[in-house]
Design a protein around this ligand. Sequence first.
Ligand code: ADP
Ligand code: ZN
Ligand code: ZN
Length: 827
Amino acid sequence: MKFAEVILPVPIPKSFCYVIPSQLDLEVLVGHRVLVEFGNRKMYTGIVSEIHETEPEKYIPKPILEVLEVEPSVNASQIKLWQWVADYYMCSIGEVLNVALPSGLKLSSQSYIQIHPHFIIEENLEQLSDREFTLMSYLEKEQTIPYTQVGEILEIKSPYKTIKNLIEKEAILLIEKIKERYKPKMEKRIRLSQQYADQPDSLDDLFKLLSKRQKQEDALLKYLSLVPIHEDYLTNFHGVAKREFLHVGRPLSPSSVGTMTKNGIFEEFERQIPRFELSVADKMQPTPVLSPAQKECLQKTIQGLSEKNVCLLHGITGSGKTEIYLQLIKSVIENGEQALFLIPEIALSSQLVKRLKVYFGDVLGIYHSKFSDNERVETWKGVQEGQFQVIVGTRSSLFLPFSDLSLIIVDEEHDSSYKANDPAPRYQGRDLALVLAHMHHAKVVLGSATPSLESFYLAVKNKYAYAGLHERFGDAQLPEIKIIDVKAKRKQKKMKDDFSDDLLHILHQNTEQGYQSILFQNRRGYSPYVTCDVCNWVPTCPSCNVKLTYHIYRNEIRCHYCGHKEHVPHTCVSCGSTEMKTVGLGTQKVEEELKTYLPEVRVGRLDLDTTRRKHSYDQILTDFEQGHIDILVGTQMITKGLDFDNVRVVGIINADTMLYFPDFRAHERAFQMLTQVSGRAGRRGETGTVILQTQQPSETLFAKVARNDYHNFYRKEIKDREQYHYPPFTRLIKLTIRSEKQDLTHDAANYLGRLLVNWLGQKRILGPQEPGINKIRNYYLSEILIKLEREGIDLKKAKGLIQKAIYQQKEEKPFKRVWVSIDVDPQ
Ligand code: ADP
Ligand code: ZN
Ligand code: ZN
C-alpha cells in the first residue's frame, strides 16, 4: 500500500499521513492539491509533500478522497523551502503553506456540503425534519452544493442550524474545496518563424521571393512595422496579436496570411493576455547605455558573483543601480534561466516596475499581495510554465514555483518591509532570498545606498562580494545638506510654527524658479495628541494602551493600532476643564502651515491617510510628476525610491523623532531614512539642497548624514552592537506573551521566563518585560528577548528548548488562555 504525507493549513507542526486508494482517477504526485478528511468530519485541501510505503504506527490513516488537479501546483523544491521556513522561524509548515500559496489556489476557500458516504437515507428518514428532508433530497440530486446556497434552497435566512443537525446525524459532510476561480484569457498571436527572425539576410531573400506576390509582401511589411524586430529578439518572440495584425490600419486578407503560415514564414501561437500593458510613449524610451562608472560597477559585481554567492551593491542614491540590475537580469534571460527582482513594497515601486516592463516586456511577471486572486494565480502559472523568466515582486514572490532560478536581486535590501510580521511565518524576505538562492545554486545581489548593518558587516568580513558605485548618474551631485538649529531659531524669532526662515525661503524660491520640493515629517494625522491644558490628561484608546492621534478633517481622534475612533472631547475627563489643545506635529498640520505661509504654492500630501484607495498613490505621484503639485508633504512613504528630475529641495521638518525609538536599530533606521529622503533631491542637473531641522544640531549622526559618510556611521554602530551583544553578533528571538488579563500575562511570562533561564542560562534571557505599548486590542502583552550567540551554539537544540518551554507553559492549567508568539530575528 502507498501513503502520502499531506501538508494541511493548520498550526500543528507536522504533516499528516493518508492512504492512497487504488481507485483514484489520477495518480497522486508530490505537490498535488488533494482533498482529505481531517479531524472530526472536516474536509481540507492539502498539498502532498511525500509518497512512501510505511504505515503510521499510532493511527489508521484515512484515504485521500480526491486529487484536485492534473499537474501539481507546487514543486519539490518549494516544499523544501517551506520546511526550512517552518524550522527556522519556528512555526508549522501549514502556516507557511498558508502564506506561500496564492489564495486562488488556496485551501479551504469555499465550503460545500455533500451527503455523507455512509448515510443510507431509508433508515434515517424518520429522523429528519421537513427542512432537513428538503435539503437531503436536493443533495441527492446535486451531489455537492456550496454552503452559501443552502439558504436559497430552503428559503430561510440562516441555514446553519439545519446543517449542524444533519452533520450531527452523520447525514451530510461539510467540506472545504478550493474555488476554481482561475481562468486565463487567451489570444491568438502571430510571429515570424525562427529562421527569418534570427537572420536579417534571410529576410532580404524572403522579400525578393515575395516581390511577385504583392499581397504577401504587404503582410510582411505590415508585420515588420508592428514589430521592430531589429531591437531585440524578445519583441519578435512575442509577435503581434492576430486581431491587430489583420484589422488595424489597412486590413489584410486572412487567406494570404494563412498561406504564409502554411509556407512556414509566419507561425501562429496562443498566449495569455497580459495584465500590464504599457503605453506607446513608455515603449519608445531608449535603452540606457551604462556610464563608465556603472560599467565598472557591473564588472565588479559580475566578478564578485563569480567568487561569492552574494554581492552587496552599495550605490549612492541616484547612481543608477537599476540599470546595473537590468544588465544582470538580461544575461540571465539570454541563458534561458529565471531571475527574481525583489522590492520592499509595490505601491512605492510603480516607477520601477514600469521601467522593468519597458525593458523586459512579456517575459516579466509581477507578483504581490495587492493583486487579485486571479492575477496572482496567473503569475504563479506563468512562472511554472516558463512564460515569465523575470519576476518583480514583494517578499511573497519568494514562494513562486521557480524551477531554474539563477539570480535574485534584493533592491533596497535594508528596508524593514522585507520582514513579515503577523501572522506566522514571521520571515525576513532578504534572508529567505539567500536561502532560496542557495537551494537553486543561484546568485544574489543585495542593493542599497544605505546597506543594513548585517549585510555590510558580512561584506567587510569577506563573506559577500562588494561593488561600490559612488557617483550619481549624469552630471548630478549629491545634494548639499544644511542642518538648522530649531532652538536657536526660535530664540531669534526666526521660526514660523514649525518652519525655519531658511526652509520657508528656499521653498518659496524653489517654487518661483519652477522646481519642486519634498517635505518629510514622519507622522501622519494633524497633531499627534489632544491634551488638557490644565491637568495634561490625554485621551487614550479603550482597547490599546496608546494615545489617540488627532485628525483634523473629521475632527476625530484615532488609534493607529486598532482603528478605534471618536470625536475630540470638549471637556477633560479627568478635571472637567474645557481647555483642550492639540500638541505635536503630523503631516496634515505641516500641510496646513505651509498653506498659511506660502499661500500661492500648490501642496500635495502622501501618507497612509491619502493613499488608502487602490490607485490614489499613483494618482498623487502622477500629479506630482506632471507638475500639478509644487511641494509634496509626506511620511516615510516619500523617502523611498521616488525618482523625479525636477525635485531640487528636500525639507526634513523634525529629524529628532527617529532617534528615540526604544530599539537597538533606531540609529540605523534614522541614518537610512534621512539619507534616502535626502537622496530625492537634485537627481538631475543642478545640485539639490536639503534642510534638516533639529533640536540637537550637534548630534553626530546628522553630521554623518550630511557628509554621506556611511563608513563612519557603520564603524560607530557596529562597535555598539558588538559591545551590547546585538545582531549581527547575536541572534535574537522574541517571545510575545498575550492574554486578556494583565495578571495572567504577567504570571505566564514569569513562568516561561524562569524555564528559559533554567534551560538556556540567565545571560541569554532578557525580560520578561512589558513593552512600551503593553495593551493592544484588549490583549495585555509581555515580552521575553532571547539572545543566542552566532557561533558555538547548537541553534536547533536551543530552539527545541524554547519550543518545549512554550508547550510546558501552555499545559499549565491557569495558562490555558495565554498565547505566545515567536519572532525569530525580530526587527
Ligand atoms: P538609484 O536606484 O541608484 O537611486 P536609479 O536607478 O533610479 O538610481 O537611477 C537614477 C536616475 O538616473 C533614473 O532616472 C535613471 O533612469 C537614470 N539613469 C541611471 N543610469 C542611466 C543610464 N545609464 N542611462 C540613462 N539614464 C540613467
Ligand atoms: Zn484636565
Ligand atoms: Zn486601539
